[in-house]
Design a protein around this ligand. Structure first.
Ligand code: HAM
Length: 431
């Protein structure tokens, strides 16, 4: 008789635990739908090259991947994360040709990393992730972070802090790499063996090193903020302004670089601040990636996303003494006409605050294209944020069931949405 145990760094999900996972998954899924995201499922293993991209210097790729071959020729890897597979699928399936960009997708499932197992760190773990691919706008970065943040809040959790930084564009990072190399080179002998390699391959990774975290040489390390060029600074300022508008609290952490190589501009991590999480405090994290779609042979378009560790989320709930239970579903589409700034995002946010599943148009697009989006979404109400109406403090709201449209002042926006939605729901009930 042989006594087998589950492999180190894995765990069984008991039926009791499974119910918790299902509830969590349901809540996160409905919130993702609320923000206009749809599910994508990609294979659990991919060609190794999907993850092991040229010159990748991350620990995840170089040390932690479960890679295998069944015929001695083809090499496959169990996915260590979701982003690369989703971007591979976006390119392979030519999603960049869809009329509506960005394509907003979420995924849920197991990831595999050969790490040193400890509390909150496993070799097989579950991630809920989102990717918003095909467009670049500070509003999308802020909306993504706001989605993750609202997931935490909807679950009744509160002890988290958003840390954010910008890695800038290619030029800014090139400048920064040069500065770091110049700074670290005279101290090479004081660094750990891995960091000596990182110094040659990608000195940014040194900032992420657990071994050298307390090394005195880290104290006066140059900061990326001093290497950002003007467009990168401006982009970052706009992301922060959007977060301010959404009332998401954050701290700027100029040393945050993240452990994966594909990030550009915005990077962020949201951590458990109950003080009980130890070293594995990050609940969800992500950022923007400009080069990944083109790396896989797609167009030069950008993406943004994050992934949330389910085990870390459950730990946060335990740390806060919160029982995880079930929660909520988009009814409104905000169109934009002319130069209306961030108003569509603000109006969408107000509608979401009223509990409506809402999406919005973020970039100049023809009215026809926007109406097509409304049709595809089958939105119950269309809000039309027009430049001339907004200049007079007004907005148009259309009941898509009766086709009636009213122009109301911004002060009456929320009340009108509520009344219209009530009419629509009453009518649906009487059918
Ligand atoms: P990441 O920071 O490597 O990013 O992982 C995201 C989250 O997954 C972490 O914050 C943590 O909650 C969880 N996690 C990571 N490793 C483990 C582990 N060994 N055990 C338990 N939980 C873990 C990514 O994976 C990126 N793909 C995120 C992203 C999406 N960036 C853009 N889009």
């Amino acid at each position: 008789m042989k006594n087998y145990q589950n492999p180190k760094g894995t765990y069984d999900v008991s039926p009791e635990m499974a119910a918790k996972y299902q509830q969590l998954e349901g809540t996160l899924e409905s919130l993702a739908h609320f923000y206009g995201y749809e599910e994508i499922r990609t294979p659990i293993f991919e060609d190794t090259g999907v993850f092991k991209r040229e010159n990748d210097s991350s620990d995840m790729v170089n040390k932690e991947m479960y890679t295998f071959s069944m015929n001695g020729k083809d090499s496959f890897t169990l996915r260590p994360e979701g982003t690369a597979g989703v971007v591979r699928s976006y390119v392979q399936n030519k999603m960049y040709a869809n009329a509506d960009q960005p394509v907003k997708m979420y995924y849920y499932g197991p990831m595999f990393r050969h790490e040193h197992p400890q509390k909150g760190r496993y070799r097989q773990f579950e991630q809920f992730g989102i990717e918003c691919i095909g467009a670049k706008s500070p509003m999308l970065d802020a909306e993504g972070i706001a989605l993750g943040y609202s997931m935490i809040k909807t679950l009744g959790l509160s002890n988290v802090r958003v840390r954010i930084n910008s890695l800038g564009d290619d030029e800014s990072r090139k400048n920064y790499r040069a500065k770091l190399t110049e700074y670290f080179r005279p101290h090479a002998e004081e660094l750990c063996a891995d960091c000596k390699r990182r110094l040659e391959q990608n000195p940014l990774r040194i900032l992420d090193c657990k071994v050298d975290a307390d090394n005195p040489v880290m104290k006066d390390v140059p900061l990326i903020s001093d290497s950002l060029n003007e467009p990168s600074k401006e982009y970052f300022r706009e992301v922060l302004a959007c977060l301010d508008a959404l009332v998401i609290p954050y701290v700027i952490d100029p040393k945050l670089v993240r452990g994966l190589d594909y990030y550009t501009d915005t990077v962020f991590e949201v951590e458990n601040i109950t003080g009980k999480a130890g070293a594995q405090a990050t609940v969800f994290a992500g950022g923007r990636y400009d080069g990944l779609v083109s790396y896989f042979g797609g167009p030069e378009v950008s993406g943004f996303g994050f992934a949330m560790g389910m085990e870390r989320l459950i730990l946060l709930a335990e740390d806060e003494g919160v029982k995880l239970d079930e929660k909520p579903k988009t009814d409104v589409y905000v169109m934009s006409l002319g130069n209306v700034g961030t108003k569509p995002l603000e109006l969408a946010t107000e509608a979401r605050a009223l509990g409506y599943i809402t999406d919005f148009n973020y970039a100049p697009r023809s009215l026809k294209a926007q109406f097509k989006t409304v049709d595809r979404l089958d939105a119950k109400i269309t809000v039309i944020a027009g430049e001339s109406e907004l200049a007079e403090g007004k907005v148009n709201i259309k009941n898509n069931r009766t086709k009636e449209q009213v122009t109301v002042s911004l002060e009456d926006y929320a009340d009108t949405l509520d009344e219209m939605m009530e009419d629509i729901l009453n009518e649906t009930d009487s059918l």
